[in-house]
Ligand binder design. Structure first.
Ligand code: ASP
Ligand code: MG
Length: 405
């Protein structure tokens, strides 16, 4: 008998038929004698719909109340999934994140899991039930409902698999696994049999929306091996695990396009110690993730000033712009602008550690496509550039063709 954690994303539970389909798959495992813990997301579109409702009331709703609101999405699905299992004659009990023992810090809308006490989960499993846990949510030690950031059901599943010491962790989604690129943009993209945590992290960080970034970090930290596979067929998926030696033979594992970033540029920032610290400390205090940062030095004749650009997640742009506006007097920059029409292109592979020339080849391909590069950043296993969003898909296809075929 194995203990299996299965996570089903929003499209996999997108309508009653799909929920019944999930129930049939869970029933197969249960009938084979396995213990199954199922983590579900909200039905696709539900979380977005709830956000939209709140935004119709105000542009900046309170984050505590957003958590209260968004947590209802997953609660619909756990109950519906339990009902679907029960109609198949399988005993099932749904649990909220709090009931499953998921305790988080108090950073609303982006809470971090502090610990999991899965006593309640074990108790229900031990009586022969399938346990259905609401993804994406937890509660603070004080009892306030929190959510784990968009896509956070992945984190619920990985963290539960670690806490329960599960034998198998399966992430069911609407694609067959992890591809060399988004197949909707690059038709020749191929499914990868396996990928290293670090590669998936860089691809997820680069906007490949297969898995929530934090959940992969968590899996790496606790060495949770998991499989990403489709809920719509029985094809084997992609195994995500620690890097092995032979993985370095492939130079570029995947390419991605992140359309979810926005750029803020500050002009005329005094080139003095402490200015960057002041800007990025204020953004960090507002829990805004900054990705790429580029600083130029320029002289305007009398004083030494510099221009500073950085990218943030698009949904954080309004908040980030507010923070920046408030800093104007203390930092003393001249003006700031933001641009939402950017795309971040990345090529990723652990093979870059031992192969050189990837960046040069990438820039050649972009030059050939007449794509202008706006910002550049690199890591040991990734090269990323910011370009005009309008050329993003064309550039992604060209990079895939050049590096992967
Ligand atoms: N329902 C949440 C979201 O849409 C969490 C998830 O789907 O994992 O972000
Ligand atoms: Mg999701």
């Amino acid at each position: 008998m194995a203990l299996i954690v299965q996570k089903y994303g929003g499209t996999s539970v997108g309508n009653p038929e799909r929920i019944k389909n999930v129930a049939r798959r869970v029933a197969q495992y249960r009938n084979a004698g396995d213990q199954v813990v199922v983590v579900v997301s909200a039905m696709s579109g539900v979380t977005d719909g709830l956000i939209k409702l709140a935004k119709e009331i105000t542009a900046l709703p309170s984050e505590r109340e957003m958590d209260m609101l968004l947590a209802t999405g997953e609660q619909q699905t756990i109950a519906l999934t339990a009902i679907a299992l029960q109609t198949l004659g399988i005993e099932a009990v749904s649990l909220t994140g709090a009931q499953a023992g998921i305790v988080t810090d108090g950073v609303h809308t982006k809470a971090k899991i502090q610990n999991i006490t899965p006593r309640g989960v074990h108790k229900v499993l031990d009586t022969g039930n399938v346990v259905i846990v609401a993804g994406f949510q937890g509660q603070t030690p004080e009892g306030d409902i929190t959510t784990l950031g968009r896509g956070g059901s992945d984190l619920t599943a990985i963290a539960l698999a670690a806490a329960l010491n599960a034998d198998l962790c399966q992430i069911y989604t609407d694609v067959d696994g992890i591809y060399t690129a988004d197949p909707r943009i690059v038709p020749s993209a191929k499914k990868l049999p396996e990928i290293a945590y670090d590669e998936l992290l860089e691809l997820a960080g680069a906007g490949a929306k297969v898995m929530q970034l934090r959940s992969v970090e968590f899996a790496k930290k606790f060495n949770v091996i998991f499989e990403v596979r489709s809920s719509l067929n029985d094809n084997p998926g992609t195994i995500v695990k620690e890097e092995t030696n032979n993985m370095e033979d492939v130079v570029v594992r995947g390419v991605s396009l992140d359309k979810n970033q926005a750029k803020i540029t500050l002009f005329g920032v005094p080139d003095k110690p402490g200015r960057a610290a002041g800007i990025f400390r204020a953004l960090a205090d507002a829990a805004i993730n900054v990705d790429m940062i580029v600083q130029n030095t320029s002289h305007d004749g009398t004083s030494c000033v510099t221009d500073l650009s950085f990218t943030v997640d698009k949904p954080d742009l309004l908040k980030a712009s507010k923070v920046i506006d408030q800093l104007k007097p203390s930092i003393g920059f001249k003006e700031s602008i933001s641009n939402e029409s950017i795309g971040k292109l990345s090529v990723v592979g652990v093979g870059m550690r031992s192969h050189s020339g990837v960046a040069a080849r990438m820039f050649d391909v972009l030059a050939h496509e007449q794509v202008n590069i706006d910002m550049i950043s690199t890591s040991e296993i990734k090269v990323s550039v910011v370009i005009d969003l309008a050329k993003g898909e064309q550039a992604l296809r060209a990079l895939h063709q050049a590096f992967i075929g």
